[in-house]
Design a protein around this ligand. Sequence first.
Ligand code: COA
Length: 215
Amino acid sequence: MELVDIFPAFGLRIDCGPVTLRAMRESDVPRVCELVAEGIHEEGAQPFLVPWNVSKTQPVESLQFYYRTWATFSSEAWTLLMAVERDGVMVGAQDVKTEKFGIVRHGETGSWLGLRHQGRGTGTLMRQAMLTFAFDHLGAVEMRSAAWADNPSSHRVSEKCGYVANGYQLLDRQGRRARQDDFVATPETFVRPPYEVAVTGADAFRRAIGLDGER
Ligand SMILES: CC(C)(COP(=O)(O)OP(=O)(O)OC[C@H]1O[C@@H](n2cnc3c(N)ncnc32)[C@H](O)[C@@H]1OP(=O)(O)O)[C@@H](O)C(=O)NCCC(=O)NCCS
């Protein structure tokens, strides 16, 4: 037996032109830490709800986050963690978080790239690849994304992928009030990538999240 027979999420792979999303594995965590150490945003920017990447103990906290996410994966509440490769080099991560997906059929994406890998269309392609998988292979009816009002690149990626505004929230961002904009994409609004999307491991993943063979 292989590990993917026990945990089918480890067998997922989504290819979209120069970008590949493949399941994050324990052995990728050192590369995550390298990318974080090189920087994933300009000094002083605050793209995340929790500033996990600037913690002094980020490497072990990231490892623990990945273990915790794999350990609590269930059909009731699953988070899919994908490593992002551009031309075969790991450059970031693309996640989807869900709760009761089998009933509500929506999830929220989250993503980041190493700073020096940004601004060449990768962020858009990786989101489009994930949305293609969610809509075409998992039967999602909508997918959501949220970004602080002062995160123009995330807003622009959402716009390029066909999301529409879905309200906002005023939240505590590290001790200060900040506006988080919410966006939603449906199969109707979704702007598909200019490449064919090839998915490996979808059937086993669907079974793992309780969708059996259905789409
Ligand atoms: C958000 C992120 C994943 C996008 O990745 P990316 O590879 O840079 O995205 P793309 O190159 O596909 O698109 C970025 C778009 O934002 C635009 N953009 C970037 N900075 C901008 C700014 N200051 N003002 C306006 N537009 C801006 C780019 O011009 C581009 O749009 P275009 O194609 O129309 O020119 C990446 O910037 C990142 O990891 N940021 C840090 C973490 C983060 O913010 N994660 C999301 C949390 S909600």
